[in-house]
Design a protein around this ligand. Structure first.
Ligand code: CA
Length: 236
């Protein structure tokens, strides 16, 4: 069986050991790097399937590592940040990180993030040209070919912009998408930097999709970062 290799970049030995043991017990291979330099060297020699990157390292800035790795590799990077680095999360995602976790995190959460990132990277690498299968979660169904959306069998009428937002989030289900990633995808690279128009559209989308828009079950807000859509049931 092919085991996925996880490179854990973390300068706190106890966290590294703990994470590594948990991953190995769940069928992954794990290697640790305690500095940025070591991380870059292992990222190229080890060819990991996924990188867990602590942003607070003694030698290099985590952002520098993301930029460097992204010049030659699409390996998914999950950023691990401390609460004091909240703003860095957005920069890290926009720089090419795939997702993030805030310390302290639980192992089930870590495993779920890893599975989601691996799935998305495999989808990109192994694209077989077939149309995407419909998205399904908790009674919500999106047919990307027909561009139709239904909740519990009832058709939902979205504007073209609203549809684009929902389809983009659904095609990246389980992953956080930053406000600017959604804005770029829907309105193009020259979209306004102000995300008010996105928030207005999201309020309308939730009114149409969610039973209780204040407690969404399909599209979650990651405060200050962006949105995360509930994982496609096929992937759970
Ligand atoms: Ca650290």
């Amino acid at each position: 069986m092919h085991k996925f290799t996880v490179l854990i970049v973390e300068d706190e030995k106890s966290i590294c050991d703990f994470t590594s043991r948990a991953l190995v017990s769940h069928g992954y291979r794990a290697s640790c790097a305690s500095t940025g330099k070591e991380a870059l060297s292992l990222a190229s020699s080890l060819c990991p399937d996924i990188i867990l990157l602590d942003l607070g390292l003694p030698d290099l800035d985590g952002m520098e590592i993301i930029h460097t790795v992204r010049t030659w590799s699409g390996t998914p990077i999950i950023v691990i940040s401390a609460r004091t680095q909240e703003e860095d999360k957005v920069h890290a995602l926009d720089a090419g990180a795939d997702d993030y976790l805030t310390k302290p995190f639980g192992i089930p959460e870590l495993l779920a993030r890893i599975r989601t990132s691996l799935r998305h990277s495999n989808k990109i690498n192994g694209s077989n040209g077939l149309p995407p299968h419909p998205y399904r979660a908790k009674g919500l169904e999106i047919d990307f070919l027909k561009r139709s959306i239904a909740v519990n069998g009832q058709a939902i009428h979205l504007t073209p912009i609203e549809y684009k937002i929902v389809a983009f989030l659904a095609q990246n289900s389980g992953k956080v998408m930053t406000y600017s990633a959604v804005m770029n995808n829907v309105w193009g690279p020259y979209s306004e930097s102000d995300n008010k128009i996105l928030r207005v559209n999201m309020a309308n989308i939730r009114r149409k999709l969610e039973r209780n828009p204040a407690q969404p079950v399909y599209i979650f807000t990651e405060v200050g970062v962006g949105y995360r859509m509930a994982d496609d049931e096929e992937n759970l």
